[in-house]
Every structure is written in structure tokens, then in C-alpha cells.
Design a protein. Structure first.
Length: 162
């Protein structure tokens, strides 16, 4: 019986040894797969670090470009405001000149009677229509005043010649 017990014990040890070997082979394969995944994970982490460094440099470049654009825009806005103020001052001065021309024309018209015309006057071509703009009415008034002044000056020259 002692041989039978020894034989059963040896068979049990052999079965347990085979089970241990099978378990070790499975664990070895799983460890190899995990090591492969670890290498891929390390590669992915390295790629992410390179990409984040590149993104940081790009953000810094964009910030500097944005600062430059902001400075340029501020300078151009300042220049535009100065031009707008200059144009407004020139428009006011032009309106004053038009008012004075209108006053002179009205004084000249009321101070002297219209001369008698002996010969028909040559037709004076009307000025071309003013371009459509916010200042079109002012330009039209200036053109009308200039036309009236030139007609009066022409009539004075003719009356002196006669």
C-alpha cells in the first residue's frame, strides 16, 4: 500500500506540475503581450509630448502675431480718426466758403439790375451731374454758385464791351 500511496502521490504531483507549466506558459504569453502594449504606449506618449511642444510653440507664434495685428490696427484707427477730423474741418470750411459765395452772389444780384442783352448768349454747357455721394448736395450747390458767378461775370464783360 505504501507503493500505491507513493504512486498516487507521484501522479498527483505530476498533474499539478503539468497544471503549473500550462499556467506559466499562459502567463508568459500575457506578459509578452503587455510588454508589446507598453512599448506602443510609450511611443504614443512620446508622440503626444512632441505634439504638445509643437502646439505650445504655435500658440506663442499666434499670440505674437495677434499682438502685432492689434498694434497695427490701433495705429490705423488713430490715422483714420485724424483723417476723419481733418475732413470734417475741411467740410466745415467749405460750407463757410459756400455761405460767403452765396451771400456775395445774392448781393450782386440785388445791387445791379440785369443788363439788356443785345446778342444771344452762347449756350453754356451744364456741368456734368455730380457723383452720388454724401456731399453731392454741397457739390451741386457749389457748382450752381460757380455757374451763376461765371454768368454774371460774362454779362459784365459784355456790358462793358458794348
Amino acid at each position: 500500500m505504501s507503493v500505491l500511496i507513493t504512486l498516487l502521490a507521484d501522479i498527483l504531483v505530476a498533474v499539478l506540475l503539468v497544471a503549473t507549466i500550462v499556467s506559466s506558459v499562459r502567463l508568459s504569453r500575457k506578459i509578452a503581450v503587455m510588454k508589446g502594449d507598453e512599448a506602443a504606449l510609450r511611443q504614443t506618449i512620446g508622440d503626444l509630448m512632441v505634439a504638445s511642444n509643437t502646439a505650445e510653440r504655435a500658440i506663442a507664434g499666434l499670440r505674437s502675431a495677434l499682438d502685432e495685428c492689434d498694434r497695427t490696427l490701433a495705429e490705423r484707427l488713430g490715422t483714420a480718426e485724424r483723417y476723419a477730423a481733418d475732413i470734417a474741418a475741411q467740410v466745415q470750411a467749405g460750407e463757410g466758403v459756400l455761405a460767403r459765395i452765396g451771400a456775395i452772389v445774392s448781393e450782386m444780384g440785388s445791387a445791379r439790375p440785369a443788363p439788356v442783352r443785345t446778342a444771344p448768349e452762347p449756350a453754356i454747357a451744364a456741368p456734368p451731374p455730380a457723383p452720388a455721394s454724401p456731399n453731392g448736395e454741397r457739390l451741386g450747390a457749389a457748382a450752381a454758385a460757380a455757374l451763376a458767378m461765371s454768368e454774371r461775370a460774362l454779362s459784365r464783360v459784355r456790358s462793358r464791351a458794348a
